[in-house]
Design a protein around this ligand. Sequence first.
Ligand code: AMP
Length: 193
Amino acid sequence: MGAAESKTACVRRIVFLGPPNSGKGTQAAMLAKTLGVPAISTGDMLRAAVAAKSPLGQRVEAVMAAGQLVSDDLMADVVRERLAQEDAQQGYILDGYPRTLPQAETLAEILGDDELGTVLLVDAPEEVLLARALGRGRADDTEEIARRRQRVYREETAPLVSYYETRDLLQRIDGAQGIDDVKAAIESALGVG
Ligand code: AMP
């Protein structure tokens, strides 16, 4: 194996796909530690921008509060810039991106000849997800907004399941289980841990 190939073999690029409250954010952070690559959560990045009242934060605040999606164009800039950073060159875990088909196409374009390792779909029945959202009692999660977040997922993001399945990248994880069982299922799917 040449130097270029062995470098590629070490790089881990993983996408977490799944509805709000599936627990994928928690799992993405844990897996990032295990693999020694950054967890890149677009939701966290946008929340930080809102908290900092940056120009980006001011543009996205109302859309986020309403449980809607930020525009694909704006997200493309955010992700392109983040993935170009030094710490992402040996791999990364993407949590919350892509969320629409155009975003998946943007990611493919950013990747160029690089390959995505795996797309992990963490899903659970909608009653479970809603119970978690409302049980959490976050001020931004009124029942109406929690339901809208789920609907936006089903309408805009769920089509990515077949997109990645067709490309033979998808692995399904049962997100209705407890945190430790989900973690174990992910590690076994990836052959790590
Ligand atoms: P999350 O923490 O991933 O649920 O993201 C919180 C909110 O940030 C979402 O409800 C969206 O308003 C926004 N957001 C995060 N990632 C994206 C994305 N890839 N595309 C559009 N909006 C996003």
